[in-house]
Design a protein around this ligand. Structure first.
Ligand code: AHR
Length: 501
């Protein structure tokens, strides 16, 4: 068996982990809302039409924030369409996804859904086809107590108390030419700044996320952040990062190394924020909102076929990636990357939550099941709260097409407030089990509590409605701990949660 080691010290800490890094995202796209969380007439639908089986699956994930209503969708969205009597709401063409938006679910309904899900709404505004005026209006509608045009409109629409939405996204991926109202870094920075200023004049307690690049491969990546931050640095609180990975060449070792790109992305954007801070002689530090991340590639060709046959229908089955076991491993590594960068990443959203590149799938009129990626997310959300530890890890490494020195053992460690410790790790080695020795002597008398394992012999194994338990967590082989030194067996190609209490 190969060997790897990890030294942890209770005083060697990265940062408190903001629980909002376990956020997710629901866009008015495909069957995320219609046929996902909402399906009136389904045997599991509640009195408002929301599926209770989906709600139960969401609650088990422990998602503290949900970004909504887009995504690309938001750049053509008029928030006023989504409030007021449902039967009077307009149907609109959604030019982001070539579907028809019926607005049956809108701000009030979705807010109530997030409350039931024990979550908070992270609301994105349209800075594509719209601008600061509408941004101001929606903050007044949502957060002002009453006695003004838009707050009184909210009250007339049945909601006396303000929603008090705290976290707002200033548009979506405005660097992308595919975006309605695409802007240069300068144009976006100016618009975001003016929107931010007046949104905060309406409600100074809100926090704002400005759009960074939509991914690291954009030709403007880096310069976009610099240009837009030059204009809006002092009025915003976070910069957004988005990143999706795929494995179209069927290169598993290369695919599993993609989290190294994510790590580099985080460090680059944090450095750009700090460079602008220095240039502006500012006292303020900006943090990061990684508000779209996931694996996304399985459904790309299928979506082109759907659009060839069926543009403009409601709730087209778009972006329905079926995730396999290797996808779950990369999702685990991406989660650990967020934990290890907890000092700068304060918000993150797995994109998305239901049906659309999602851990939870449904069939219209049928069942609801967990994809492979559901499990690492659930584990990280459940056992990844507290303080991120700076682990000293020594692991054999490998080289692949895009990276050199990829550690076979990828890991993160969390100290919980009750003194217990969780170690997460992915073994990227396709063949070899590892013996991982963990030095925990500084934590006092910790006992080995549990080893949760996600493994399947077939990297392409998936869960389906008929076989929902094909890839599910089991008890791992565990190991021993003696005088603060643990030795745990980490099977080849696996996601592991090792708990010491
Ligand atoms: O999450 C799917 C899409 O990916 C979002 O709408 C967009 O922001 C990104 O390109």
């Amino acid at each position: 068996m190969k060997k790897a080691s990890m030294i942890l010290d209770k005083d060697y800490q990265v940062s408190r982990i903001d629980k909002r890094i376990y956020g997710s995202f629901i866009e008015h796209l495909g069957r995320a809302v219609y046929g996902g969380i909402y399906e009136p007439g389904h045997p599991e639908a509640d009195e408002k039409g929301f599926r209770k089986d989906v709600m139960a699956a969401v609650k088990k994930l422990g998602v503290p924030i949900v970004r909504y209503p887009g995504g690309n969708f938001v750049s053509g969205f008029n928030w006023e369409d989504s409030v007021g009597p449902i039967e009077q709401r307009p149907k609109r063409l959604d030019l982001a996804w070539f579907t028809t938006e019926t607005n049956e679910v809108g701000l009030h309904e979705f807010f109530d859904w997030t409350q039931k899900a024990d979550s908070e709404l992270m609301y994105a505004i349209n800075l594509g086809t719209r601008g600061p005026e509408n941004a101001r209006d929606i903050v007044e509608y949502a957060n002002h107590k009453g006695g003004s045009k838009f707050s009184d409109m909210r009250i007339a629409n049945g909601r006396k108390d303000p929603f008090n939405i705290k976290l707002w996204c200033l548009g979506n991926e405005m660097d992308g030419p595919w975006q309605m109202g695409h802007k240069t870094g300068y144009e976006y920075g100016r618009t975001a700044n003016e929107a931010a200023k007046i949104m905060k004049w309406v409600d100074p307690t809100i926090e704002l996320v400005a759009c960074g690049s939509s991914n690291t491969e954009m030709p403007t990546f880096g310069s976009y952040e610099l240009e837009m931050l030059e204009e809006c640095y002092e009025n915003i609180d976070y910069v957004s990062l988005h990143r999706y990975y795929g494995n179209p060449t069927q290169d598993t070792p290369g695919f599993l190394a993609r989290s190294m790109d994510m790590d580099e992305f985080i460090h680059t954007v944090a450095s750009i924020c700090d460079a602008v801070k220095g240039k502006k002689h500012s006292k303020k530090q900006l943090n990061l909102s990684f508000d779209e991340w996931n694996v996304w590639y399985h459904s790309n060709e299928q979506d082109q076929e759907i659009w060839k046959q069926d543009k403009w229908n409601r709730a087209l089955p778009l972006l329905e990636d079926i995730y396999n076991f290797e996808d779950a491993l990369l999702v685990g590594s991406m989660l650990m990357t967020l934990i290890r960068n907890a000092d700068r990443v304060k918000i993150a959203c797995l994109a998305q939550l239901v049906n659309v590149i999602a851990p939870i799938m449904t069939r219209n009129g049928g069942g609801c099941w967990a994809q492979t990626t559901y499990y690492p997310f659930m584990h990280a959300s459940l056992y990844g709260r507290g303080t991120a530890l700076q682990a000293l890890v020594s692991s054999p490494v490998y080289d692949c097409a895009d990276y050199e020195g990829v550690p076979y053992i990828d890991s993160a460690a969390v100290l919980h407030d009750d003194g217990s410790v969780t170690v997460f790790c992915v073994n990227r080695d396709m063949k070899e089990d590892y013996e991982l020795s963990i030095d925990l002597r500084s934590f006092g008398d910790l006992k080995f509590a549990e080893h949760i394992l996600l493994h399947h012999d077939d990297v392409k194994a998936v869960n389906t409605e008929d076989e929902p338990d094909n890839v599910i967590p089991t008890a791992g082989p565990g190991g021993k701990i003696d005088s603060g030194k643990a030795e745990i067996r980490i099977p080849a190609l696996s996601w592991n949660v090792i708990r010491f209490i």
